[in-house]
Every structure is written in structure tokens, then in C-alpha cells.
Ligand binder design. Structure first.
Ligand SMILES: [Zn+2]
Length: 172
């Protein structure tokens, strides 16, 4: 296999104090969505719909693992973990996360994200679009618990709901 050029590293986020002295760390959400939905279009043309969703899930998963390492890996208590994730996602303008149902015995969760970065305000479509978020949330849960979760979006702004709702179930 060819040497990898694009292995992710948090260094690629860059030093924003040096790099953006005037503009700072914020950008317009249109620009983020423009990039995401352009990627989706082109990747689907190259790879098909199923593979595109796999790529988005896995990318979200990788991002979630790196995000966990960066911000949450020192936390031991589950309630503290969830409240810190909530505060971080709100501060960074990602979305408003709530845990609707937490069954610690069965390791089964229902998580909602309102005002979601990826989908809130989109037209109604007949499918959920937050595949990246599915992978992202799965990685956060896996990283904290050391188990393997599968996360599935069951309600989305795009399916007529006003919040995105995800089920998270432990597998294996
Ligand atoms: Zn959604």
C-alpha cells in the first residue's frame, strides 16, 4: 500500500491564534455545510450511497475518537462525562445534546441533539442525514465505556422532527 498522506492528527487543526489573528476560530455555518454536502455529492458519485454513508459514519467515528482524546479522556464519572460533552458541544456551536433515556444495565441510550450542525433547518427529506453524528456519538460512548456501541439516528430535522434523536445500543 502506498504511504498514507492524510493520516489524521490533531495538529492539522492548526494553531488558530497564529493562523487567524483577525478572523479567529469561527466561520459561517453555510461554509461548513457547503463543504459537507459537496463531499457527500462527489463521494456518492464515486462510491454509491451505501459506501458514502459508511465513509461518513467512519469519519464521524474517527472525529469522535480524537475529540474524546482531546477533551474528555480524563473524566471517570459518567454523569460528569455527559455534562461536559453537553457543555462542550454547546460552547462550540455543534448542537444541544440531551440524554433522553439511559439504561445503564442494558447499556442502551436515547440521545437527542437539537439545533444540529449538520441538519437543523434543512428541507424535509425522506431519510435521516446525520450519519457523521452517528459515528461521532458511537466513538464518544465507546471511548468512555471501552465497549462497542452502534448508534442509529431515528428522528431527524430532515424527517420532520425538530430534533435529531439517536438510539445507542451496545453490541457483542
Ligand atoms: Zn439529523
Amino acid at each position: 500500500m502506498q504511504d498514507r498522506r492524510y493520516v489524521f492528527s490533531w495538529d492539522l487543526i492548526g494553531n488558530l491564534d497564529i493562523g487567524r489573528p483577525n478572523l479567529g476560530p469561527m466561520t459561517r455555518l453555510e461554509v461548513y455545510r457547503l463543504m459537507q454536502y459537496a463531499f457527500r455529492d462527489v463521494i456518492e458519485r464515486h462510491c454509491g450511497t451505501v459506501k458514502t454513508d459508511t465513509i461518513f459514519y467512519e469519519s464521524g467515528y474517527l472525529a469522535g475518537q480524537e475529540f474524546y482524546k482531546q477533551f474528555f479522556s480524563h473524566i471517570k464519572d459518567f454523569a460528569v462525562f455527559i455534562s461536559t460533552v453537553q457543555a462542550t458541544l454547546k460552547d462550540m456551536g455543534v448542537g444541544i445534546l440531551r440524554v433522553e433515556k439511559a439504561d445503564m444495565e442494558q447499556k442502551s441510550f436515547v440521545i437527542t441533539v437539537s439545533e444540529d450542525l449538520d441538519c437543523s433547518g434543512l428541507p424535509e427529506l425522506n431519510y435521516e442525514v446525520c450519519v457523521y453524528d452517528e459515528g461521532f456519538l458511537a466513538a464518544l460512548l465507546d471511548s468512555f465505556t471501552g465497549e462497542k456501541f452502534v448508534v442509529k439516528e431515528v428522528d431527524c430535522w430532515c424527517t420532520g422532527d425538530r430534533t435529531c434523536r439517536f438510539t445507542a445500543e451496545v453490541v457483542g
